[in-house]
Design a protein around this ligand. Structure first.
Ligand code: NAD
Ligand code: ZN
Length: 365
């Protein structure tokens, strides 16, 4: 399956399929990347063990000179020190302005290698090879960057990839918790944009959790379709792109208060979407089905919809105020009037948020 992302700055394909790494050389030549151009594969220690040599061999066999740089797996690698080291590796390998970086990994590698590509010699092309389900989201749209000790994603750029190649075979080695967590973002794409996609997810939950290739491809395709539609309309997040933060206001706050230790990102977002649905009922008078179906779907995907008792409400509210997307201490939320539609609501009242936080408290350790 192929779809195209068209933004103001560029237009590029997303290829989704089983075993499609074998087609990388033809995708490269279709994008005008000839074998005279050097490639650098950036990956992490987990992914490297499974797929890096295989991808390198495919590229070498096709005549591309390809280097590999491996960073330690985990969010801790998304920092400026790592950027500097990777740039060093690129210089040593002799990458020039025509060279191409390939980001083979989850969102961490995509954000990090993408940022290296955005800054190396003022920017060189890069290719996203997402290996987590979550990365169907992060690999599309061109947001790249690293963390600062004072906060996540405070250093970054917009740099659209040359292409995205999602070979769903790689998901077979993904830890189960990462699979479930990734589905939270897939569900998010349905809830914000596409009611029929939500219905389809409700129907095929089991096959999706079992990672049946045909169904997974379809889910990734439809998720990417939503992401592509949104970023095509608003590449630089000046307006509508903010709807992609559905469930993330509470989600980010929970990640922050737990110092990123208790929840996988998708788990925090799942709880956040349960909260956003409840807040929508209060603020927009959304029908009861919104909360019921949102929570039922998340739970069917074995995702949490309640947060742990011991995180104090005031701390969560404080974290929401610090969220870089909060403007002048006013609470802004993405809310939903019905499944498949959302809107941005400014000035949500703190009392209503507190009520919702009480409703979604009580999750297990
Ligand atoms: P991740 O990249 O850390 O991957 C999760 C874990 O799975 C890691 O340990 C990784 O080594 C391992 N892994 C990855 N693929 C594997 C595979 N196929 N088999 C076995 N193990 C594998 O995390 P993630 O959840 O993919 O991404 C999270 C990051 O994405 C965060 O840093 C977040 O800020 C970022 N993000 C960016 C955007 C964006 O628009 N740029 C959007 C959402 C999230
Ligand atoms: Zn997210």
């Amino acid at each position: 399956k192929t779809l195209t992302v068209s933004t103001e700055s560029s237009s590029y394909p997303i290829y989704i399929g089983s075993g499609i790494y074998a087609q990388l050389p033809s995708f490269l030549s279709a994008a005008g990347v000839g074998t005279e151009r050097k490639l650098m594969l950036i990956t992490d220690s987990h992914v490297s063990a499974h797929f890096a040599e295989k991808v390198k061999k495919i590229l070498n066999d096709a005549g591309y000179q390809t280097g590999i740089s491996v960073v330690p797996a985990g969010e801790e690698s998304k920092n400026l020190t790592q950027v500097e080291q990777l740039i060093g590796a690129c210089l040593e390998f002799g990458l020039d302005r025509q060279s191409v970086i390939l980001a083979l990994g989850g969102g961490v590698v995509g954000d990090l290698a993408g940022f290296v590509a955005a800054t190396y010699m003022r920017g060189i092309p890069f290719i996203q090879l997402p290996t987590t389900l979550l990365a169907h989201d992060s690999s599309v749209g061109g947001k790249v960057g690293v963390n600062h000790p004072l906060g996540k994603n405070y250093i970054g750029a917009f740099h659209q990839p040359l292409m995205v190649v999602f070979d769903v075979n790689v998901l077979s080695t993904l830890p189960r918790r990462e699979v479930r967590s990734g589905y939270a973002e897939v569900i998010k794409h349905g809830l914000i944009w596409d009611r029929s996609f939500v219905e389809w997810l409700e129907k095929h939950t089991e096959a999706l959790l079992a990672l049946e290739p045909e169904k997974v491809e379809e889910a990734i395709y439809r998720g990417c379709q939503v992401k592509a539609a949104v970023v095509s309309q608003d590449e630089k997040e000046e307006g509508i792109r903010a709807i992609l933060n559905y469930g993330h206001t509470i989600g980010h706050a929970l990640e922050a208060v737990s110092e990123y230790r208790s929840y996988a990102h998708g788990e925090a977002v799942a709880i956040g979407m349960a909260g956003a649905a409840r807040l929508s009922t209060r603020v927009l008078g959304s029908p009861g089905e919104l909360v019921e179906r949102t929570e039922a779907l998340l739970q069917a995907f074995q995702l949490p919809v309640r947060y742990q008792e011991h995180w104090p409400e005031n701390q969560i509210l404080q974290a929401m105020k610090r969220d870089k997307k909060a403007r002048q201490g006013v609470y802004t939320f993405v809310l939903s009037a019905r499944i498949g539609e959302v809107e941005i609501v400014r000035g949500v009242e703190e009392t209503q948020i507190r009520e919702v936080l009480r409703e979604i408290r009580g999750g297990k350790e």
